[in-house]
Design a binder for this molecule. Structure first.
Ligand SMILES: NCc1[nH]cc(CCC(=O)O)c1CC(=O)O
Length: 320
């Protein structure tokens, strides 16, 4: 194959890191394929002036599509053949002419609490201010620690880290471990302990991270996974994506996203869900918070890995 293949990505540091991983996987699988990168600005990148939960409303974008719509327009226009996404930002239901073709092997799925002084979540003093723009993180934090104060925090990952390091507004912020690993702030493998960040930025390197185990703080569906969206009728892109996809990650994220779809959580239902594969078994655990507040419904289920859609259905049915 010596023709070109164009991938589309957002322009944030995190998105570009994900594009680099994708290009590396493509280069390894298809040494002769000429891969071109097309960087695209999305509504979510443009509107950093309002809370993330408001962007879709003020922009008239389909909910949750604020980071993906412009990439779909580029797919439609054949300006790109494959869109590289953080899978957790991709709506669970796509228009018929698009499809998620595959996912790369997953990065860590955990959430991380970042502080200036290394205080762990359980030791944050009452009234401490935690910044996040995710309703899932906000509601779960409030449930675990009703004495904390949660306020909105926007911007890309380095911006958020700088806000914590330089301003007195936040005592802590929350981010995905996957993003911190991809940007080089945390090593790939480590225990749940509190450790300093690394990286070129001296201010950011003063911060400390606590990796919260997934059974303590439930991640988002698809967290840590890089997904490839293509035109559903593009057999070549489908073939190419398939070759760099990772099977176990695929089975897990299919289950997680199907569970979210069954809840119709495109709305603002805060949902934490995670999966693991062990000896042919798919393990699923979920916390679903009612929109109005209160305790979550929970689910904990194991099923055969061969049918992740059914496993998600069983998890959905078992919520109590
Ligand atoms: N919503 C923004 C977003 N989308 C993906 C990631 C991190 C990478 C990932 O979870 O795959 C982040 C930042 C964050 O949540 O900290």
């Amino acid at each position: 194959m010596s023709e070109t293949f164009t991938i589309g990505t957002r322009g944030s540091d995190l998105a570009l890191a994900q594009a680099v991983s994708t290009e590396a996987a493509l280069a390894a699988a298809f040494p002769d394929l000429q891969v071109v990168r097309n960087v695209i600005r999305t509504t979510g990148d443009r509107r950093t002036d309002v809370a993330l939960s408001e962007v879709a409303k003020v922009e008239g974008v389909l909910d949750k599509g604020v980071f993906t719509k412009e990439l779909e327009i580029a797919l439609d226009a054949r300006e790109i053949d494959l869109a590289v996404h953080s899978l957790k930002d991709v709506p669970t239901v796509l228009e018929d002419r698009f499809a998620i073709a595959a996912v790369l092997e997953r990065a860590p799925i955990r959430d991380v609490l970042l502080t200036r002084d290394g205080t762990a979540l359980e030791n944050l003093p009452a009234g401490a201010v935690v910044g996040t723009s995710s309703v899932r993180r906000a509601r779960q934090l409030q449930w675990l620690r009703p004495d904390l104060k949660i306020i909105d925090l926007r911007g890309n990952v380095p911006t958020r880290l700088r806000k914590l390091a330089e301003e007195g507004t936040y005592d802590a912020i929350m981010l995905a471990e996957a993003g911190l690993v991809r940007l080089g702030y945390l090593p790939l493998v480590s225990a749940g302990k509190v450790e300093p960040l690394a990286g070129e930025d001296a201010v950011i390197a003063t911060l400390h991270a606590e990796r919260l185990p997934e059974d303590v703080f439930y991640p988002a569906a698809g967290q840590g996974a890089i997904g490839f969206e293509i035109r559903a009728d593009d057999a070549r892109a489908c073939d190419i994506a398939e070759m760099i996809g990772h099977r176990d990650t695929w089975l897990r994220v299919v289950a997680e996203r199907e569970f979210l779809r069954l809840l119709d959580a495109g709305c603002h239902t805060p949902v934490g869900v995670y999966t693991a594969i062990e000896h042919g078994q798919l393990h699923l655990k979920a916390r679903v918070f009612p929109e109005q507040g209160g305790d979550p419904k929970t689910g904990d289920l194991s099923a055969c890995t061969s049918d992740p859609l059914h496993a998600a259905f069983l998890l959905f049915e078992s919520l109590s």
